[in-house]
Ligand binder design. Structure first.
Ligand code: DON
Length: 302
């Protein structure tokens, strides 16, 4: 398996030249555009990795999966889905224009507008407490208590996140978000949680085992593990979700740092890193690795 993964990384490494680093968050443009790596953790306890995976990179949109779980644990499905929908958009992750067509209710929790609403629902009396609760869930799912925020990336996004600010204020006008500034602080900080490929693979494994950790404890409720994997299939790769479902068939969530969290039910968790992105904001090399892995190991859930 290790040799197979190395071969897969080597095969797809040239494709990273087709992508570009995200630079709208200035700090992300300092990543190595040639990096490509993968970690796999199976339900049988096997652990493999190949290629190059830095010690840490930020979760970015992958954090949307975690905040959705936490908001649902805090408020229940009815309260959450009153404010955010369940449908794919076919639009870019940071698109603002459908907010006006379906007033105030973002189409799903995986796009930025929906994730802002979801973050606003996370309980806690201060931003610090709410960020702490998100971080704690990430640590428990990844089984790594050392996970922390990358403050340089947080400040970088906070200083330049004009579109997210616009969306949050737009959502406030429709009564979908109450405390805009606290929500933005929480959102920028959750995006800057720093993890590595192993952490992502372990988190994917937790979802693959319907929310259980290595010790068999239920970290998140079974039905929420199922629900977020469904969102990952339908919306996790944004407006490339349909093609990814057909060609890989694996629940996955990408982030603009180049990470992808993937989970194959009852089989394995996968963490991928490749910061060169395609025009839809997904890792060019990472997507190819997952498609190749799925084909070779027959991982499609369909
Ligand atoms: O809100 C943003 O624009 C970023 N913090 C996260 C976007 C993201 O990761 C989209 N993923 N492909």
């Amino acid at each position: 398996m290790k040799a197979f993964l190395e071969e897969l990384v080597n095969q797809h490494r040239p494709s990273v030249g087709e992508g570009k680093l995200a630079d709208y968050i200035p700090q992300l443009s300092e990543q190595d555009p040639t990096a490509l790596g993968i970690s796999v953790r199976t339900c049988d306890g096997e652990v493999y990795s190949a290629g190059d995976c830095p010690e840490r990179f930020t979760m970015q949109s992958i954090s949307k999966v975690i905040t959705l779980i936490l908001a649902l644990m805090d408020r229940g499905g009815e309260a959450v889905f009153e404010r955010v929908g369940m449908e794919p958009t076919g639009d870019p992750f940071n698109s603002i224009y459908k907010l006006e067509q379906a007033p105030g209710k973002p189409l799903n929790p995986m796009i930025n507008a929906g994730a802002l609403v979801v973050s606003s629902l996370i309980k806690g009396s201060t931003v610090e407490e709410r960020v702490g609760r998100v971080l704690s869930l990430v640590r428990r799912m990844a089984e790594n208590p050392k996970i922390e925020l990358d403050h340089a990336v947080y400040y970088s996004e906070r200083a330049t996140g004009f579109r997210n600010r616009s969306m949050a204020y737009f959502l406030k006008e429709f009564g979908m978000i109450e405390d805009v500034e606290a929500t933005l602080e929480l959102y920028f900080q959750q995006c800057s949680i720093a993890i590595n490929c192993d952490d992502l693979a372990q988190m994917g494994l937790c979802l693959a085992r319907l929310g259980q950790n290595d010790a068999g404890e239920q970290v998140i409720p079974r039905e929420l593990a199922r629900l977020v994997k469904t969102f990952m299939v339908t919306c996790g790769m944004y407006n490339a979700s349909g093609e990814f479902a057909i060609l890989a068939g694996i629940p996955a969530k990408s982030g603009v740092s180049g990470g992808i969290l993937a989970s194959v039910p009852e089989r394995m968790g996968i963490g991928v890193f490749g910061p060169a992105l395609d025009e839809k904001g997904n890792s060019v090399g990472g997507v190819r690795l997952l498609k190749g892995l799925s084909r070779e190991l027959n991982l499609s859930i369909f």
